[in-house]
Design a protein around this ligand. Structure first.
Ligand SMILES: OC[C@H]1O[C@H](O[C@H]2O[C@H](CO)[C@@H](O)[C@H](O)[C@H]2O)[C@H](O)[C@@H](O)[C@@H]1O
Length: 610
């Protein structure tokens, strides 16, 4: 049985990331980029699909539902070093205590994973097991020794393992094994480096020096955080997590570093999130900007201008890390899935859906960037006008909406509201700067027409609430964003009615679903899912904005308490099992945490949608 999702911690180097379990096993790592094939895929199968475990020998044993047998004799504690993604895992064993420090240094050329073992007390024997399996756990590489390394080679990939001091390793059972002992004050550092297999040995790094640099770099970034309100540690951890999801070479932002962690254990709602959604990225950008991080915002804005270049009719709702357009969805049938949740997918067919909300989110984020003083780019305005031309032609069409339903297209109310946002922000920019080119009257007309239509066809006067789509009696948590984006004032009776209705009908044991659990006709998928965390944060925002401040704060506190021991949140939460669900850690959930902290305690930006 795999560990629970919340048993993992994240380490990363701004180009990819790994998940490290409480049991000392790295079970997920894609190299060299977030969206590359995984060389450790045990997360979505078993140890035979690749993992790297370093742990006290006495903590080993056949796995049980609660972790490795023998683990009961041990106490494990974990924590990130403050303001960083450097992870310390400490074991107390009957023989003494030991710490393993895991991190991925900022990259010069090749990606490295560094694991420094340090004896803290007594004399502890540890075991290492490395099973490299390229191409998502399917390829067993050839192993050889070279230049003081164990080298794994298969096809385009090679991985080089060494240790300081040198530790004896042996091959057995298609794995590389080691056993060594540390006393208090002694260290053994392991470095695993990925490299294209046709190139010469990768440059060596000094693991201890790299640790110092990593700590300095992360700390310098953390020091720039402007948020000083309550729960600062949680907010900063969320910001660090969002930073770790940015692919530094291009500025693209992934929705999560994993694929196919299920939204229902044993179910089919398993998707690949290692791509750059315009929606998730714009909301990430909003969170970073509101906490004072301008460089990342500028890099993303430039990424967007490159990705969106071309005919605006061809704008996709998501791209690859460098703006790649083809992300074909495939099933990896050799992987059994996390706790048997099949299929495991790579790629994402939602890339070609029509999701009208995305235009509003992009335009809103460009407006926010301008307000925050980002250097203007003339083609950013040209892009904005082109998007509006496209919307003028398309806004009356049904779409798949922000939840990327796999059922038929509908006239989703949230999508139309975000079309209104696109027109509204463009009109406002032109009013503020009459030099900006464009036909303001045409845009005003469109803005007002969308508003009118939504209020007529998207509002159920009998129940006093906006609905999920025109003519439906269903609700949708995205309706909570109406006051936040300025579509109607928070004290408008239609907003108050909607917030109450959404809270009453979509609450699921203290948290919020994104829509009703019976709505498989709309989303086109079998099975159920958990409470959707970003929606629960949106409810806290809406309660606060509509004057229910105590209720808002209580919900926020409950949400903060769901973070795992190192402050991470998946996409969803199962309040019955008390477990996290879905891809992990997910940008959406951490955006929600930052946004709500700012709404409740700080100076949140009124214009943002997240
Ligand atoms: O619900 C089915 C859809 O689920 C995924 O979409 C979700 O994740 C996206 C990335 O975080 C997010 O932008 C979207 O709002 C979520 O619904 C999946 O990516 C889709 O392929 C799938 O149709």
């Amino acid at each position: 049985m795999r560990p629970h999702i919340e048993d993992y911690a994240l380490i990363g180097d701004h180009q990819t990331a790994a998940l490290v379990g409480r049991d000392g096993s790295i079970d997920w790592l894609c190299l060299p980029r977030f969206d590359s094939p995984a060389c450790f895929a045990a997360l979505l199968g078993g140890e035979e699909n690749g993992h790297w475990r370093i742990a006290p020998k006495t903590a080993e044993g056949p796995e049980t539902a609660e972790g490795p047998e023998g683990a009961a004799e041990h106490r494990t504690t974990r924590a990130y070093r403050p303001g960083s993604l450097v992870l310390d895992t400490e074991w107390e064993t009957p023989d003494g205590s030991v710490r393993v420090t895991d991190f991925m240094p900022q990259r010069d050329r090749a990606p490295d994973v560094v694991r420094i073992v340090e004896g803290l007390s007594g004399r502890v024997t540890l075991r290492g097991t490395l099973r490299l399996r390229f191409d998502y756990g399917s390829v067993v590489p050839w192993m050889r020794r070279a230049d003081g390394h164990r080298v794994a080679v298969a096809g385009p990939d090679s991985a080089w393992l060494r240790s300081e001091p040198d530790v004896h390793t042996w091959g057995e059972d298609f794995g590389t094994h080691s056993e060594f002992t540390v006393e208090a004050g002694e260290t053994v550092a392991f470095v695993l480096t990925w490299h294209p297999s046709h190139e010469k040995r990768p440059p060596l790094i000094d693991p201890h020096e790299s640790l110092r640099h990593s700590l300095e770099d992360w700390q310098a970034w953390a020091d720039r955080c402007r948020y000083e309100g309550p729960h600062r540690e949680a907010v900063l951890r969320s910001l660090l997590t969002l930073k770790a999801l940015i692919f530094a070479p291009t500025g693209g932002i992934v929705a999560a570093p994993t694929s196919s962690l299920p939204e229902e254990i044993g179910g089919v709602r398993n998707w690949d999130y290692r791509y750059c959604w315009l929606r998730d990225s714009t909301l990430t950008l909003g969170a970073l900007l509101s906490a004072g991080y301008l460089d990342e915002a500028e890099a993303w804005r430039d990424w967007l201008l490159r990705a969106a270049a071309g005919d605006p009719a061809d704008l996709q709702i998501m791209y690859g890390l460098a703006g790649e357009r083809r992300l074909p969805e495939q099933e990896l049938d050799w992987l059994s899935g996390y706790r048997d949740s099949r299929p495991v997918r790579t790629g994402n067919d939602a890339a070609h859906q029509l999701q009208l909300d995305v235009y509003g989110e992009v335009v809103d984020s460009l407006a926010l960037a301008r307000r925050e003083g980002l250097k203007a780019q003339p083609h950013a305005w040209r892009l904005q006008l082109a998007l509006l031309d496209f919307l003028e032609e398309t806004w009356r069409e049904p779409d798949e909406g922000l939840w990327e339903v796999r059922g038929p297209r509908r006239h989703f109310v949230h999508s139309k509201v975000m079309v209104w946002v696109a027109a509204d922000r463009t009109v406002r920019a032109m009013e503020e700067d009459p030099e900006l080119p464009g036909d303001i009257e045409r845009l005003r007309k469109m803005r007002d027409a969308v508003h009118r239509e939504v209020c007529e066809r998207g509002y159920d006067a009998e129940r006093g609430t906006f609905t999920q789509y025109y003519g439906s009696s269903e609700l949708d948590a995205a309706l909570l964003l109406l006051p936040r984006v300025g579509f109607l004032p928070p004290d408008d009776p239609r907003v108050l009615g909607t917030v109450d209705a959404v809270r009453d009908e979509l609450t699921y044991k203290g948290f919020l679903r994104r829509y009703s659990a019976d709505e498989t006709v709309v989303d086109g998928l079998p099975g159920q899912e958990g409470a959707f965390l970003v929606c629960s944060f949106w409810l806290a925002d809406a309660l606060h904005m509509t004057g229910r401040k105590k209720e808002a704060r209580e919900l926020f506190e409950r949400l903060v308490a769901l973070r795992n021991d190192v402050g991470l949140l998946a996409e969803e939460y199962d309040p019955v099992a008390g477990r996290q669900l879905g891809n992990f850690p997910q940008a959406f959930s951490h955006i929600g945490l930052v946004g709500t902290a700012l709404t409740l305690f700080g100076t949140a930006d009124e214009g943002g949608g997240g």
